[in-house]
Design a binder for this molecule. Structure first.
Ligand code: NI
Ligand code: MN
Length: 219
C-alpha cells in the first residue's frame, strides 16, 4: 500500500495497482495527475474537500462515495456515485470502508444542505486507516479506537475550522494509532501551525508523526 499526500486533506491510496482518492482538492498538487482511480471518497460538501471529485468521476468513471445528500448532488452534476449513511461497512474490490461521524457542517458549493459530514475508516491489505475529515475532537474517536484501533490516522490539525494540535494529540491517544498523518494545515493563513510542535507532542505520547510533503508518499 502506498499513501500519497496531495495537500490539505487530499490523499491518493494505491493498493495492488488500484488507486482511490480522498477529498481530492488538488490545487496544492499541480503536478499530480489522477490515473487508474477506482473510487473517490468525499467527507463533506465544502469545496476544499469536494475539490475536483465530480470532474474526475466524469472523466475516469470512478464513483464518488459520500453521504446520501452529497452523493445526490454529485449525481445531479454528472458523477457516478455510491450513496451511504454512517455506520456500516461497504465492500470494494480493494478493501472495505465505513463512514463515521465528524462534527462540522456540510453544504454544497451552491449552498444546499449536503447531509452529515463524515470521516472514513478504510480496511486495506489488513491495515486500518482512519481519515477524520473536518472535525473537532469528539468521543466517537474513543469508540473507533476501541473497535478498530486504526494503524494510521489522518487528523486535521489546523484549528479554526477543525481540531488544533492540542486536540489532535488527544485524538491520537483515544484512537490508539501508532502513526499520525497531519492534514488540513498551512493551506491558507487561518490554519497555519508550528508543525515541529505537532511532531514533538506526538512523539511525547509515544507515537510516530508522519509529516508528508505534498506529492510525497508513505509506503
Ligand atoms: Ni469543511
Ligand atoms: Mn475544510
Amino acid at each position: 500500500m502506498n499513501i500519497k499526500y496531495l495537500g490539505h486533506s487530499a490523499f491518493e491510496i494505491e493498493t495492488k495497482g488500484k488507486k482511490i482518492l480522498i477529498d481530492p482538492f488538488l490545487v496544492c498538487a499541480p503536478k499530480y495527475k489522477p490515473e487508474n482511480i477506482y473510487d473517490i471518497f468525499v467527507t463533506h460538501g465544502h469545496s476544499d474537500h469536494l475539490g475536483s471529485a465530480i470532474e474526475i468521476s466524469k472523466i475516469l468513471g470512478a464513483p464518488i462515495t459520500a453521504v446520501f445528500e452529497l452523493a445526490k448532488y454529485c449525481a445531479q452534476h454528472g458523477a457516478k456515485t455510491n450513496d451511504m449513511g454512517l455506520g456500516s461497512w461497504k465492500d470494494y474490490s480493494w478493501g472495505r470502508v465505513m463512514l463515521v461521524p465528524a462534527f462540522h457542517s456540510s453544504s454544497t458549493p451552491d449552498g444546499q444542505y449536503a447531509g452529515s459530514p463524515c470521516g472514513f475508516i478504510f480496511e486495506i491489505e489488513g491495515q486500518i486507516l482512519y481519515h477524520a475529515g473536518d472535525t473537532c475532537l469528539n468521543t466517537e474517536m474513543k469508540m473507533i479506537g476501541d473497535l478498530y484501533q486504526p494503524d494510521i490516522a489522518m487528523l486535521p490539525i489546523g484549528g479554526k475550522y477543525t481540531m488544533d494540535i492540542e486536540h489532535a494529540v488527544k485524538a491520537a491517544e483515544w484512537l490508539g494509532s501508532s502513526a499520525i498523518i497531519p492534514m488540513h494545515y498551512n493551506t491558507f493563513d487561518a490554519i497555519q501551525v508550528d508543525i515541529e510542535s505537532f511532531e514533538r507532542q506526538i512523539r511525547e505520547i509515544g507515537k510516530i508523526p508522519m509529516v508528508l510533503a505534498i506529492e510525497s508518499s508513505l509506503t
